[in-house]
Design a protein around this ligand. Sequence first.
Ligand code: AMP
Length: 576
Amino acid sequence: MDEIIVGIDLGTTNSEIAIVENGKVAIIEDSGRKILPSFVGISDNDEILVGESAKNQYILYPEKTIKSIKRKMGEEDRIEMAEKFYTPQEISAIILKRLKNIAENYINKSISKAVITVPAYFSDAQRQATREAGEIAGLEVVRMINEPTAAALSYETENKKHILVYDLGGGTFDVSIVNIEDGVVEVVASHGNNKLGGDDFDQKIADHIVEYIQNQFAVDIRKSRKAMARINRAAETAKRMLSDQPFTIIEEEYLYEYKGKSINLSLELARNDYEKMIVDYIDETLEAVHVALNGAGLTVADIDEILLVGGSTRTPIVSKRLYQEFQKQPRIEVDPDLCVAAGAAIQAAIIAGQEISGSAVLVDITPYTYGTSAVGELNGEFYPCMYVPIIYKNSPLPLSKTELFFTMVDNQKIIEIKIYQGEDKDALNNIQIGEFIVEGLSEAPANSPILLKLELDLNGILSVSAIEKTTGFKKSITIDNVISRFEVDEMQHAKERIQEIFGEKVEKTSETDEIINNAKILIEKAEQLLDNASTEDKEDIVDMIEAINDAISTDNLTVLNESMGQLSDIIYYLES
Ligand code: AMP
């Protein structure tokens, strides 16, 4: 076997790594455990902790520990851990790097390629952030596949079947309708919510505990980060207990000290009451099930099997409600925690050209409709932002669609193109995911044709190009580039940071060194100007120098670049 591509389930709560060995999937264990909790932390001795150890210190040091980072993927936020700030990509990269190390130890070879699963309902920005996390961790993400699709791949069935994959994890919910026939796994429709999962159930119980403490002890416990970390953990434990028993007692001794008295929590929670707390969420998942069924042009009676994926499907109300809806008992044949990683490994093996028993061809779809806006009519009236869908949800990947548009005025030089995700007739009610301007059109009368081409690759990532039909003049973007693409130097910097965290030898790039050097030269220059500057300018300069020094010590290249720009402006102004 030449090249090994690993399959990774990068989950909100837990992550796993798998490979195909001798034609069979192996989930790789670390110290006897197949599951790595998706927790990252910094220990007392400033060492990086990933997995179980980070999860264990979460209660003691919530400020030094990060959980559920997947929920922040694709956002611009930076997250604080032990007084340093990290992008969601960097934290996910730490988890990926640990998984990579676990697999490398197991096969005794270095690994550089992976298939990573993402929720079917992940947006472009979230997918791109996942790919960036891989890159930071030193893994080329050769394919991203949707989690429910991966689950279906790991599910062996001989006959032609319509399967409903209901995937409720820690932070996301997806439902997919999958056809399996002659070894071809074809996703025909999918729907979901990438911000709904078991974490929300925990939150409901935690809110209930907070309210109880408020009523019982007149204390707002939310002010204590430590107490809240314990409450969140107790809430999750209670939730799991309620999957197996009708009642549980939530007990936390010495939870909080208040006016010299300690609060000892002891609160009974019944499954019935818990189910009432989460019923709206469960209803929402069932509505999504019907949207997916409609999308597939199927009815409840057409579904042969219901496959449950994700830890939260162990909540009994999930199976109960699905049974009521379908008159069919959902099946958990493959371990719901491991089948996604198993499917990723199967896809990875197929890409690597490995021999694999019952190998399947995978056909995946886009869960979103994409389009642009144009002048048109909405509800019988002239409207400048009418939505023009171009790629429809549930279309198989990869695909490319082109639509014809026309310039508005004679000699029009510029067209502004906005790309939206959604289905509302009014473009402004959809999510704008990209925008670009095409300049330099040839002189032509109004109504000259412009072709707008939207392409989705196998990973569900969108590229857009506009072409002037008569001249062939073309302008293109990849949507995720516009939203969250790291600058090249930021990517390199992130890689170095993560290598440093893992105690690996880091060859600092001259690029990063150069930026820091320039910052130091700039500070020297600014300090020379201090004597002759007005009080106001002096204050500004001192603030900027402080911001630059902070950015250097916290490794924040974005803030560093920004602050250097501002200090340069002041210097330029004082010198001119
Ligand atoms: P996943 O993202 O698939 O790893 O799912 C993790 C989620 O499943 C977390 O929210 C867990 O709290 C939840 N979970 C795990 N075991 C159980 C259980 N026995 N009952 C209810 N929820 C569970």
